[in-house]
Design a protein around this ligand. Structure first.
Ligand code: 6GU
Length: 235
């Protein structure tokens, strides 16, 4: 897959995505990551990319033309263009899966108070990573690119590493343990050291349902809801 980011701060995306699994995916050619900087498409002496908002107010707004030119430079016919904004659709695992099947993604990262609204219609999707405000779209692009890249076939050494994980079946994952079997007096749960694969699978399923019902009842399937919540629905 190829991904391009339209950003004034390519280093905020390039550096974190040069480490660990995504860094390796780039080196091995599973992901080609490119950048297009609106500042490189300005023509004035100061390379101006932002201006005061019409109607007044605080902060600066990114000007449409440099962003437009930076986008034109990387956008092709089949590109899927994503505008990162806290006003966008909330990102989730389902969307990560859908995006991992695209050939070319282009992320437009706003900074300052945002981008001139006339850029919005150029995007196929407005996307947010949650209900809080970041200084710009760059950290959001990192999160989305990370979540998408690990779903590209071949990126994770064990293909089934994404089959049973958190959110894939709508549940949080069961807890994990590694050696030693007893650490500072705390034992690993009996089922996990039993060697009985059916028992282990049942234990993990039960843990996942209990944990989801407790920590995230909003995303829990009905069987994972705490008893009190289930009753409320019947009341
Ligand atoms: Cl995509 N951008 C900004 N600036 N803030 C955010 C966000 C995006 N998603 C959540 N908060």
């Amino acid at each position: 897959m190829r991904i391009d980011a339209v950003t004034l701060f390519p280093g905020m995306i390039d550096a974190p995505l040069s480490e660990s699994i995504v860094g390796r995916a780039r080196q091995e050619g599973f992901l080609e990551l490119g950048f297009s900087n609106p500042r490189d498409f300005t023509e004035d002496r100061h390379r101006t990319v932002d201006d005061k908002p019409y109607g007044g107010g605080t902060g600066m707004v990114m000007m449409a033309e440099p962003v437009y030119r930076a986008l034109k430079k990387v956008g092709k016919k089949g590109s899927y263009v994503i505008l990162l904004t806290p006003k966008g659709r909330p990102f989730d695992q389902k969307l990560a899966q859908a995006l991992s099947k695209k050939k070319h993604l282009v992320f437009i990262c706003g900074h300052y108070e945002g981008i001139d609204e006339r850029i919005t219609p150029l995007a196929d999707l407005e996307l947010s990573i949650g209900d809080y405000v970041l200084t710009g779209g760059e950290p959001a692009a990192v999160a989305v690119i990370d979540a998408v890249t690990r779903l590209i076939p071949g990126v994770l050494r064990k293909d089934d590493a994404t089959v049973n994980e958190t959110f894939t079946d709508g549940l949080l994952e069961a807890p994990h343990y590694t050696r030693p079997a007893v650490w500072r007096g705390k034992k690993v749960p009996e089922a996990l050291v039993s060697g009985n694969h059916r028992l282990i699978a049942e234990w993990r399923r039960a843990q996942a349902e209990a944990l989801t019902g407790k920590a995230r009842p909003d995303l829990a399937p009905e069987r994972a809801k705490p008893a009190r919540k289930r009753k409320q629905i019947l009341d």
